[in-house]
Design a protein around this ligand. Structure first.
Ligand code: SAH
Ligand code: SF4
Length: 390
């Protein structure tokens, strides 16, 4: 395969540069780009409006290289999860989540993740490598065109209207590959997705939030998970490098150019760790009148090695109410695809850990459970236990 260029690696400018090397004009690159991304073509012979001479040149020099599908699972709620083999013993996951008015694809950016969050099964697997632009784009290319056929969509109708970079990996630690991939998603000659419908989710890589604002502002989700630095240091180790104050300042800078006028804060609800009403009040003090935002509370999806438990439903609702009563818009995420382990943080793929991340996580001391709280908090806990026993 070496020497043969994978055309999925290029945004339109990149493809134009490649075509120029072959002695072709930019409009040829646009035609080619449309064949690949809008029509899902990979066979140059099929691309009928390209000059025969160009098709012959491409046949020897380039290809549209798909990822190998290792498995596919469909959930009873319509969610579909693919496991793609990316070689070297690594596999990454991509999830399609259909809703009435949209189709969302959850895309992976790395094989594993080096951040090592306590509550994340990708994090517990360690880190192998960054995906290339072509491997990120191939997830969308495959899913979009596969689903159009499978769902029998009329010509021109899209299966995927939204992309969230919430699969395996920390997208802002793979910025060089992410940026062209985002451009392919947004390009009118590519997938033509609106900036508001492409979301980068990050655990808080502050300098790269600034870069994204300058290069390609899309919707931003920030995985907050804790209302103060000591707890966030423990849950999201990257916080030791970029603390909460610095992160929130970067969020505000981002909003100057963002396609949406708020940041989405994701907050994974962990029983007895970050789910007390007092902690909701701490969050309010942190963000109200300071960062235009919405909170998305995610029920924790447990996995054995984490040693953590999902907050009971009524505790999540009580937490949401405290935020809402203070005027902070808060939603509780519906869990989708959990019968096929496709829900948030259950994406494990297969990772040949090449770092010390996995070992480091394994030796960490268990998290302190915060149950001292106020009287109201104690009552909540009592209620919780009853619920659990019921
Ligand atoms: N690395 C990026 C994007 C991938 S994780 C980030 O951390 O934002 C996508 C989302 O899933 C994040 O908000 C993450 O905190 C959440 N998540 C991770 N593990 C989870 C779990 N076990 N249960 C619920 N949500 C989880
Ligand atoms: Fe990485 Fe995100 Fe998982 Fe943290 S939550 S380990 S940043 S993928």
């Amino acid at each position: 395969m070496s020497g043969v260029v994978n055309l999925l690696e290029f945004d339109l400018d990149g493809l134009a540069a490649f075509c120029e090397q072959l002695g072709e004009k930019r409009f040829r690159a646009t035609q080619l780009f449309r064949w690949i991304h809008q029509k899902g073509a990979s066979d140059f012979a099929q691309m009928s409006d390209l000059a025969k001479s160009l098709r012959d040149k491409l046949a020897g020099a380039a290809e549209v290289r798909p990822l190998a599908v290792a498995s596919e699972q469909a959930s009873s709620d319509g969610t579909i999860k693919w496991l793609f083999d990316v070689g070297g013993g690594n596999a990454v996951e991509t999830v399609f989540i259909p809703e009435d008015d949209r189709g969302t694809l959850c895309v992976s950016s790395q094989a594993g993740c080096a951040v090592g969050c306590r509550f994340c099964s990708t994090g517990h697997q360690g880190f192998s490598r960054n995906l290339s632009t072509g491997e990120i784009v191939a997830q969308l290319w495959f899913a979009e065109h596969h689903l159009r056929r499978r769902l029998n969509l009329p010509d021109g109708e899209r299966a995927i209207t939204n992309v969230v970079m919430m699969g395996m990996g920390e997208p802002l630690q793979n910025y060089a590959a992410l940026l062209p991939a985002l451009r392919v998603m947004l390009d009118d000659h590519g997938y033509g997705l609106s900036r508001r419908r492409v979301t980068v989710s990050t655990s808080g890589v502050v300098p790269m939030i600034d870069r994204l604002r300058d290069d390609c502002p899309v919707a931003l989700a920030v995985s907050l998970h804790a209302p103060n630095d000591p707890l966030r240091d423990d849950l999201v180790p990257l916080n030791r490098k970029y603390g909460i104050a610095e992160l929130l300042a970067a969020c505000n800078r981002y909003l100057d150019r963002a396609p949406r006028d708020f940041i989405t804060f994701e907050y994974c609800m962990l029983d007895g760790v970050n789910d007390a009403p007092e902690q909701a009040r701490e969050l309010i003090a942190l963000v109200r009148h300071k960062v235009p935002c919405k909170f998305n509370l995610i029920p924790f999806n447990p996995f054995p090695e984490s040693g953590l438990k999902r907050s009971p439903r009524e505790r999540v609702m009580a937490f949401a109410r405290v935020l809402q009563d203070a005027g902070v818009i808060t939603t509780v995420r519906k869990t989708r695809g959990d019968d096929i382990d496709a829900a948030c943080g259950q994406l494990a793929g297969e990772v040949q850990d090449r770092t010390r991340v996995k070992a480091r996580i394994a030796t960490r001391s268990p998290i302190r459970i915060h149950r001292q709280g106020d009287a109201q908090d104690k009552q909540d806990n009592a209620g919780t236990r009853q619920e659990t026993n019921a």
